[in-house]
Design a protein around this ligand. Structure first.
Ligand SMILES: *[C@@H]1O[C@H](CO)[C@@H](O)[C@H](O)[C@H]1NC(C)=O
Ligand SMILES: *[C@@H]1O[C@H](CO)[C@@H](O)[C@H](O)[C@H]1NC(C)=O
Ligand SMILES: *[C@@H]1O[C@H](CO)[C@@H](O)[C@H](O)[C@H]1NC(C)=O
Ligand SMILES: *[C@@H]1O[C@H](CO)[C@@H](O)[C@H](O)[C@H]1NC(C)=O
Ligand SMILES: *[C@@H]1O[C@H](CO)[C@@H](O)[C@H](O)[C@H]1NC(C)=O
Ligand SMILES: *[C@@H]1O[C@H](CO)[C@@H](O)[C@H](O)[C@H]1NC(C)=O
Ligand SMILES: *[C@@H]1O[C@H](CO)[C@@H](O)[C@H](O)[C@H]1NC(C)=O
Ligand SMILES: [Ca+2]
Length: 862
């Protein structure tokens, strides 16, 4: 215990850093590369030396963006039949062999299905598989499991979250893999079976009773949970003097059993080591930096040098610089997260105290931060929630302050999922944080960032959000190039036999990185066009039309984006019976019934899917409840989604449930609707919820105004839903927006934020908008030219059939028409597609509660 106090003092001193504003703020611009669409759920990427970018999705599909920035059709490989994609689980990392494509191997890590049941709590194990490329693609038949070939030897997963982590090659060609300890994140887990978890009992039979110890798996070398392992990428064996005499040996290597958990272990005592980055210029096999997601108190950035191999990083007995209180008896301070479910058992178990001798040399992070400014009275400074990415910068286009220096110092970029920021620190040649340089803000409001990777091709940082975006961060001071174009419509399909085929198009989100004036040119696919930023258009014939927006700046650079709309099909309707908001008791079974209808697809061919999201703090945990079903009979279709609440919710947690029913018609067009469940908590229905406070900042950038609602505040760090009224008759959603007005003038803008407990706050503020000179089509003149874009449709579509011809029949994707194209005449710009349009729409009932499409969010981290 004295050791802890000593370390605590040391680290307190080390954490006394400054938060510095970014001197280059505004000179970095996020360029969309591709958008896979909400629901595709990319989690990881890998760059090939041939210019391809491999993108892994949570569901096990791996896609390729070619060297020209175009998303290739289909999958490089589809592992969805074996990837356990329930809840937070899924494919979390891919890595290419260092000699790829000459040595044509890709490695992937994911929890595997152990049976047909898709219940997210089912006990399973994480694996590492190797896949071979042949003619530009691969197939599951090439799979060779190098971790988890035998039941019980993979990464243990005895609950529903933090299983697999990351993969990275060492400089000596060995492979590192990280994994969480696979225990309950929602309580102190010492291995005791939880009554609300119907599968907890399977942990002992599958992994052995010795490993049915919850979080304590991280402390024991009898399993590979909560570890970083280092293996031979051909066999999965640990690295030792008998099999690799010329390499640094693993610390607990056992030549009698080279594949044992001890033989493969490199470091231990990790909770959820989500991302690994290798510092290439370090002694072999390389210094690892780890973004480690903490429980409730701290996020950690850990370093494992070669000389640190075999070190204990402390979990679950230590977090950041201190004891993890609830795991020690008698000192537990119950909190909303860690009220033990078994108070009686807690009095008899003191495993951290028993482990004390093994905790004397635990490693502490080089940097840690928390969800709140003060933790245990200590001021942390930066606030975040789920450390999600790490990157060194090794390019030459960012300013010199970010580059590698000959003194050995490096910029380390750190991303946070919940608070959606990227910050940067400097580490010295000895891998120590340089406190005098502080923690510098880099980018805010980057979205729900899941990982960040530097491109070996252009040096820039790329990142993935769970909304499906792959973005590139470029330094754009002195930028000469194309604008960033974002085009969308309020609906992407409707049936003109039922009503006017009137679509509202929007260029919201479009802007020019150099703030040059821009002009808009829309073509609607029926020979009519518009130069308004946000035109509406009525089609007069039935069919599928390609809508294209071209945005040109005053320097003559342009970019375009296309997507498809259809006038021959309405999206189905979906409605969940009953109130939009209900309360339930923990463990209570609630039956929900949804009704679906469609204009064209018969009821017995409609498909549907139930999903839930467990919402707390500022993030979600996703889950799919049932597999899409067919054959509902005739007439209006209904589907029952019951049983769901019983195993998910503990009354001790300040959670809400969002439950979604999505209907898909035969063309793949979908509609999603939602209800919200709030647990009946003891004494206080809102469990002490504090209402948020809405606020936003504005800044005109060229022809658009940048609105940032991220300055809104919620005491409870709840996830907030943002709805905007722009004051020009249009509305928006999302935390950050670029909005373009048609005319100069003063607009009264209001932002309403809603937390999951339905507490709302509205902030209203006037914005003076000055249309830039040279933007003739979007200037004041446009108001006097009445919508001239209607009625231009004649000719070719008249001959097209009235059949539904939507090209996107994939019910898991909501992106219209598959691929879109983005033409770009800037030779340096490689962005190719930003399909923001979606067939998904909320039914009007639920939209009244929470405006807009809520992004499909997940945390694979917590
Ligand atoms: C692994 O365990 C699962 C059940 O959890 C079982 O279905 C499967 O057959 C086992 N595989 C082997 C090789 O024993
Ligand atoms: C930086 O990139 C160069 C190639 O551009 C590579 O040779 C070098 O190893 C990299 N250094 C580090 C430390 O990553
Ligand atoms: C401490 O670690 C050693 C291995 O280094 C292990 O044999 C022992 O069981 C551990 N102690 C406890 C209390 O787990
Ligand atoms: C889309 O916008 C058009 C034009 O403003 C409007 O007539 C139509 O009702 C809107 N459709 C929906 C579903 O909001
Ligand atoms: C709104 O945010 C701005 C920028 O952070 C801040 O200066 C201002 O005080 C905030 N207003 C309120 C009412 O919190
Ligand atoms: C914008 O939102 C306001 C307030 O919810 C609503 O009254 C108005 O109808 C909305 N306008 C549009 C175009 O959706
Ligand atoms: C568009 O114009 C071209 C050339 O005038 C004509 O051939 C074509 O049929 C028209 N298409 C539509 C949809 O009006
Ligand atoms: Ca339809």
């Amino acid at each position: 215990m004295q050791t802890f106090i000593f370390l605590s003092c040391l680290l307190l001193a080390a954490q006394g850093y400054n938060i510095l504003a970014n001197p280059d703020a505004g000179d970095f611009t996020v360029f969309p590369l591709v958008n896979l669409g909400t629901g595709a759920f990319p989690t990881c990427m890998a760059f090939s030396p041939d210019g391809r970018i491999f993108i892994g999705q949570k569901n096990g599909m791996i896609k390729v963006v070619d060297a020209n920035g175009n998303l290739q059709a289909g999958n490089w490989i589809d592992l969805s039949d074996r990837v356990n994609n329930a809840g937070d689980k899924g494919l979390t990392a891919i890595v290419l062999h260092p000699d790829f494509p000459k040595t044509p191997y890709l490695y992937a890590t994911y929890p595997i299905w152990q049976s047909d049941s898709h219940d997210l709590n089912r006990v399973t194990q994480g694996v590492v598989g190797r896949y071979t490329e042949n003619n530009g693609a691969s197939s599951p038949s090439t799979e060779l499991l190098i971790v988890g070939r035998v039941n019980g030897t993979g990464f243990p997963s005895c609950h529903n979250s933090h299983v697999t982590g990351d993969l990275v090659f060492g400089t000596d060609g060995t492979l590192f893999a990280s994994a969480g300890e696979g225990s309950h994140w929602d309580a102190v887990d010492d291995g005791t079976d939880f009554p609300f978890d119907p599968y907890d009992w399977q942990c002992a039979p599958f992994f052995g009773a010795i490993n049915d110890i919850g979080s304590f798996r991280a402390q024991h070398l009898t399993n590979i949970g909560g570890k970083v392992i280092r293996i031979d990428p051909l066999t999965g064996n640990g690295i030792g003097s008998t099999n690799f005499p010329n390499l640094v040996s693993n610390p607990f290597f056992d030549s009698q059993n080279p594949s044992s958990a001890a033989s493969v272990t490199w470091s231990y005592g990790h909770r959820n080591p989500w991302k690994l980055r290798l510092r290439a210029d370090s002694p072999a096999p390389g210094t690892l930096y780890i973004a480690e997601v903490g429980a409730k108190d701290y996020e950690e950035i850990n370093v494992v040098k070669a000389s640190d191999r075999g070190s204990n990083y402390g979990w679950p007995c230590q977090t950041a610089n201190r004891r993890q209180q609830p795991w020690f008896t008698n000192t537990a301070t119950p909190t909303e997260y860690y009220v033990p479910r078994y108070p009686t058992n807690q009095n008899t178990i003191d495993m951290c105290a028993a482990l004390q001798p093994n905790l004397t040399n635990t490693k502490i992070p080089i940097l840690y931060y928390s969800r709140s400014q003060y933790v245990y009275g200590e001021q942390i400074g930066i606030i975040g929630n789920c450390a999600s990415g790490l990157s060194f910068y090794n390019g030459s286009s960012y300013p010199s302050a970010y580059r590698m220096k000959s003194d050995g110092s490096r910029s380390l970029f750190i991303s946070d999922f919940g608070n959606q920021w990227i910050k940067v620190i400097r580490v010295d040649g000895n891998d120590q944080f340089i406190p005098s340089l502080g923690v510098q803000d880099f980018l805010d409001n980057v979205g729900t960032i899941l990982t960040m990777t530097p491109s070996p091709v252009d040096g820039d940082l790329y990142y993935i959000t769970e909304e499906g975006e792959i973005n590139r961060i470029r330094y754009t001071a002195g930028y000469v190039g194309a604008p960033i174009v974002v085009a969308s419509s309020n609906v992407t399909t409707l049936n003109m036999n039922n009503r006017a085929a009137n679509f509202q198009f929007s260029s919201d989100g479009t802007f020019d990185p150099a703030s040059l004036p821009i002009t808009f040119s829309w073509t609607f696919g029926d020979n009519s066009s518009s130069t308004l930023p946000n035109p509406s258009h009525t089609y007069t014939s039935s069919g599928v039309f390609t809508v294209t927006l071209t945005v040109t700046n005053s320097a003559g650079y342009f970019a375009t984006q296309s997507f498809k709309v259809a006038t021959n099909n309405d999206a189905p309707t979906a409605k969940i019976a009953g109130a939009q908001w209900f309360q339930f008791d923990s463990g209570q079974s609630v039956t929900l019934t949804a009704t679906f209808n469609d204009d064209i697809t018969p009821a017995n061919q409609l498909q549907w899917q139930w999903e839930y999201r467990l919402v707390h703090n500022n993030h979600y945990h996703p889950g799919v409840l049932t597999i899409p079903s067919v054959n509902l009979g005739t007439g209006s279709s209904s589907s029952t989604g019951g049983q769901v609440l019983s195993s998910l919710i503990s009354v001790y947690e300040r959670n809400t449930l969002e439950i979604y029913a999505t209907a898909y018609d035969a063309s793949g067009v979908s509609t999603r609707t939602k209800v919200i469940g709030v647990p009946n908590l003891p004494n206080n229905a809102n469990y002490g919820n504090t209402a948020p406070v809405a606020n936003f900042t504005t800044e005109q950038k060229g022809s658009s105004v940048y609105f940032d609602g991220g300055v809104s505040f919620d005491f409870d760090i709840d996830y907030l839903y943002y709805s905007w009224i722009w004051g020009d008759g249009t509305n928006g959603t999302g935390m950050v927006n670029h909005h373009t007005y048609s005319n100069s003038g003063t607009y009264v803008v209001s932002l309403t934020v809603v937390d999951p407990w339905q507490a709302t706050s509205t902030y209203t503020h006037s914005v003076d908008y000055v249309a830039p000179a040279g933007v003739t089509s979007s200037g004041a003149a446009s108001s006097s030219s009445p919508s001239s874009t209607n009625g231009g449709a004649t000719g070719d579509v008249a001959s097209s059939s009235t059949q539904a011809t939507q090209t996107n029949a994939n019910p898991t994707s909501s992106v219209a028409g598959g691929q879109t194209t983005q033409v770009d005449n800037d030779p340096q710009a490689t962005q190719s597609a930003t399909p923001t349009s979606s067939f998904v729409k909320e039914n009007s009932g639920s939209a009244a509660l929470l405006v807009g499409i809520v992004p499909l969010v997940a945390v694979l981290l917590m």
